[in-house]
Structure formats: C-alpha cells, structure tokens
Design a protein around this ligand. Sequence first.
Ligand code: M6R
Length: 367
Amino acid sequence: DKGGYKHFMAKEIAEQPRVLSAAADYYLGGRDTADRMGRELLESIDFSNVDRLVMVACGTAALACHTAKYWFEQIARLPVEVDIASEYRYREPPLSDRTVALFVSQSGETADTLAALRYCAGKARKIVSVVNVATSSIARESDVALPILAGTEIGVASTKAFTCQLTVLATMAITAARQRGHLDAAAETKLCEQLMAVPRLVGQALTCEEEVKKIASHLGHVSDALFLGRGAMYPLALEGALKLKEISYIHAEGYASGELKHGPIALVDDKLPVVVLAPSDALFDKSVSNMQEVMARGGKIIMVSDQAGLSEGGEGVWKTIEMPTIEGPFAAITYAVPMQLLSYHTAIEKGTDVDQPRNLAKSVTVE
Ligand code: M6R
C-alpha cells in the first residue's frame, strides 16, 4: 500500500520523521522509558576494552558505516575500519578478540555481508548487526542484533533504512563513548538531545521539496553530475551519487571535496552540475573555497546548506537548497533528505521506474 503516494520511495521518504523518532526513542529511552530493550542491547556490546571496530556492508548500508566512522572516531575515540563486504570477505583480514565486528544490512540477507559475518564469527570479540528484518540470517547469526525499526522498505533505493541505520549507529557511538570514558553526563545528554532533534529537523528538511523539484527539472537533462562533501558529508556525497545513478541512470560521482584538485576538477565545464554539501560547521570555509574552484571553471553549483551558510558562501552559485540549522555531529542524517528528493524528482523528470529500477534487486542474495 503506497498510502496515497505515487511511489513507495516517496512514501518511505515521507515516513522518516516518524520512524526516526521511533528508532531514537527505542535506543535512547525517550517517551517510553518502560521499554529498556534498546538501551540494554546497546550496553551489551561493551566497547570498554575494545581496540578496533570493523564495519562491513554493501551499497547504501556501507555508506551508513562510512558516515558512522566519523562519529565513532570523534566521539568514542575508537579506531574504525570500514569495508565493503565483497572485498572484506576475500581479503583474509587479521582479526583479534579485541575487535568488534559490525554488519549493517537492511534486508539482513545480502550474500556478501553474510559471508563476511561468517568469516568474523569465532575471531572477533563480538558479532553485532544493525538490520531492518529482525528474523533475517544476519540477525540470527549475530551475538547482538539491533533493529533499525524502519518498517518494511519496498523501494529498491534505500531511503528510510539509511537514515534509521545512521540513527542507530549514532546511539551506538554515544554509548561506546560513555563506556570508554570519553563522555561525561552533560556531554552525553547534549549528544542525545541533538540526536532526538533529528526527526524534527528531517521534517523541516522535507520542506525543500518544491525547490528540489525545480532543480530536478534541469538535472533530468544532464548526463553527469558530481557530489562533494567533507567530513561526514563525504560519505553522504557518495550516497547522493549512488541514489541518482540507481534510479535516474545519470552518471554521478561522489568525492571528498579535498580530492577535487587531484583529478575530478578536470571534468568541470559549464554543463556539469556539482552538488556541494556544506553545512556551516568547522569545515565550511574549506568547502566554500572548493566551490569557488568549481565556479571559476563554469561548473553549476547546487549548494546545500543552512541559512547562515547560504548567506555567507552562496554568492554566484547556480541553485541553493536550504536546510535547517543543525547543532552537533549528526547533520548528515538530515542532509540525506535532499539527496533522496533530488534523485527521486530527477527520476520522475526522466520517467524511469522509481521503485523498480532496471537491473537492480531489493535484496542481493547471490554474489
Ligand atoms: O539489504 P542490504 O542493506 O544489505 O542491501 C545493501 C545494498 O544492496 C543496498 O543498500 C543497495 O545499495 C540499495 N539499493 C541502495 O539504494
């Protein structure tokens, strides 16, 4: 049931404020403190004597891991390795019993992710998974399985599962930080509040849809696009590019903004749209100078930022998408919304099959 929406993808994008709030509540014990299940699951991982976290997944789930790496390193001071499952499983990576191995999968049935989990079983201290399907193989074979509570996701392009994965990984990073002695009570409360604010911020971000539609009416006619970001916005740039490729079949690449000069800037001409994810944070000035390098070569910047960022760095850009002002480290969850909407409306503009893109399956259960 599409609930009145034209596509499952549109319905699933719109559901995010509600499902994100359910996920944050479950793990942070918001309104329903009687249910301590989520908190207990998190506590049971025990990051206190761990010296490494290995995160393994495929596609969008791997990009959720890549984003969460920034949080685990910055907040919990925990060294993190992220890899895609198809590479990890054959690399024969050494593992010690001071390593937590974490697998993220919406379906819980992705063949490569399951094989990587089986490789780690018996070697790592603990096998943890973050899944949407609680009865899945990956959940069943884990020591601790954390549900993302996104509800069924039908659209092949992952949307609400991605933001719910990020939310759960953020609660895990906060818990790990406390267990490892890097967070006092006040700092923990602040981070929890910042994460609890995300569903409301995502609701606000959804109001950029009209602006995004206008931009998509142009994007529907280009053959290539570039996505740039720094810090946790870098994996999100990869996710924006993946989403656009998947459902609109436009060739798109994501890059860390700092890599621009090392190759991709050669692609820039007056036809190339370049989406820049630049919230006004500590890295903002660096992002603006990368944007200027693109504009100097005629590239068409689509700047995604908050009010302060747009007024400070938005001069001369082609289009803007305004996001709410966001405090703290979790802005990437909210900035996922314009990435989803941009690919969705571009696909509509092109008339492609949004929910069932060609050549793709919802769950990749063969290698
Ligand atoms: O079910 P999983 O989360 O393990 O699936 C992983 C990928 O196949 C999946 O995220 C894929 O990249 C999506 N179609 C992206 O939108």
